[in-house]
Structures are given as structure tokens and as C-alpha cells.
Design a protein around this ligand. Sequence first.
Ligand SMILES: CC(C)(COP(=O)(O)OP(=O)(O)OC[C@H]1O[C@@H](n2cnc3c(N)ncnc32)[C@H](O)[C@@H]1OP(=O)(O)O)[C@@H](O)C(=O)NCCC(=O)NCCS
Length: 180
Amino acid sequence: MLAAVDTYLRTERVTLRPFGPDDADLLVELDSDPAVMRYLSGGEPTPPELVRERGLFAAYETAGRAFLGWFCLRPERDGPLDEVELGYRLRRAAWGHGYATEVSSALVATAFTDMDVRVVWGATMALNHASQRVMEKVGMTVTEPLPTPEDMLAVEGAELGGYRYAITREQWERRRAARG
Ligand SMILES: CC(C)(COP(=O)(O)OP(=O)(O)OC[C@H]1O[C@@H](n2cnc3c(N)ncnc32)[C@H](O)[C@@H]1OP(=O)(O)O)[C@@H](O)C(=O)NCCC(=O)NCCS
């Protein structure tokens, strides 16, 4: 159900709400698609106890109420609180409709308008062009190349490494002003 009280954010087409313990099956199903996991773990499902801990937001199509996947906007576990990571993982059926861009854009705006955030960043593998395009479309740029983490060395394209993308509050404000 999409009770208003549970709603974290609503964009034109998508409603985000915190994941609850009852949503574990949705995550397991999401992570069981090899296409979804292509540039991620390699298909390991998300353990239910992590559903709450990781602070993910479940994304639903507002009109049809279909489950689309998840987004996150959160500081790293031991990192500074004013640097938040943007992340997303959508069901294959939801790809290509602009949902990731629509919601990411709203999350970046939320970070800089409602939260005391200085930087929004994201990390992606070099081969993950869809993810890179989403970040570019919301105004993020590459700040540094990243080595592939140990636990992802078996993933396709691991030898190419990845990139860290980021946007600062100042960059976001300049972009907003330029767009009117
Ligand atoms: C990454 C992901 C969330 C993108 O979701 P999406 O809703 O399909 O993205 P959008 O529709 O907003 O598209 C954003 C842009 O990426 C482009 N794009 C989409 N798939 C692409 C691909 N395979 N290669 C190149 N560009 C691609 C789109 O064309 C669009 O750019 P455009 O407007 O200039 O044409 C989705 O592909 C996904 O869940 N992938 C699996 C999980 C994953 O890899 N998560 C990210 C880990 S870092």
C-alpha cells in the first residue's frame, strides 16, 4: 500500500517509501535477474535483515502501483554525513522509461534543499553506461577513476575499473539557476 504517511518522495510518476521487512521478497526477486546484477554482485540475493539496515527506498509506479525497484540516498557507513551516495536498481521491465533519471534528479534536489548535504556521489563500473548516463543527466560528473572492489573482480568488465561521479551543492545551484 502507498499510504501517504509512508511516502518519502513523490515525482511525476514514481512514489518512494522506506522498505519494510515485508518487502524482502521484492528484493530477492529483483536481485535474481542476471541482467539487473550484470555490473553488481553476480546474483546474490539481498538478505532480509539488510532490507531495513541499508536504508533503501522502494520505488513504485504511482499510477499502476507496480514495484519498479529501489533507490538510495545515504551517507557511507563510516563516512561524513554531508556526503551522500545516490544509488538505484530497477527491475528490467522498468528500464528505458526515464524512471532512474526522474527519481535521481528529485533525490539530488532533496539532498540539497531539505538536507544538510554538501556532495551527492555515486560509483559505477566503466561498462555500466546506463548508470553513467543517469548520473550525467542529473548533473554529476566524473571526479575520479575507481579500482574494482575485491568482491567484484569476477564481474564483466572488472579489468576496466569504474568511476566515481559527484555533484556539489554549488554545482547543483549553478545548474538550477542556469536552467531557470
Ligand atoms: C541503471 C538503471 C537504473 C537505469 O535505469 P533507467 O530507468 O532505464 O534509466 P533512464 O530511462 O532514466 O535512462 C537514463 C539514460 O541512460 C540511457 N541508457 C539506458 N540504458 C543504456 C545502455 N544500456 N547503454 C547506454 N545508455 C543507456 C538512456 O537512453 C538515457 O539516456 P538518454 O535520455 O540520453 O537517452 C537500470 O538500467 C538498472 O537498474 N540497471 C541494473 C542495476 C544497475 O546497474 N544499477 C546501477 C549500479 S551503479
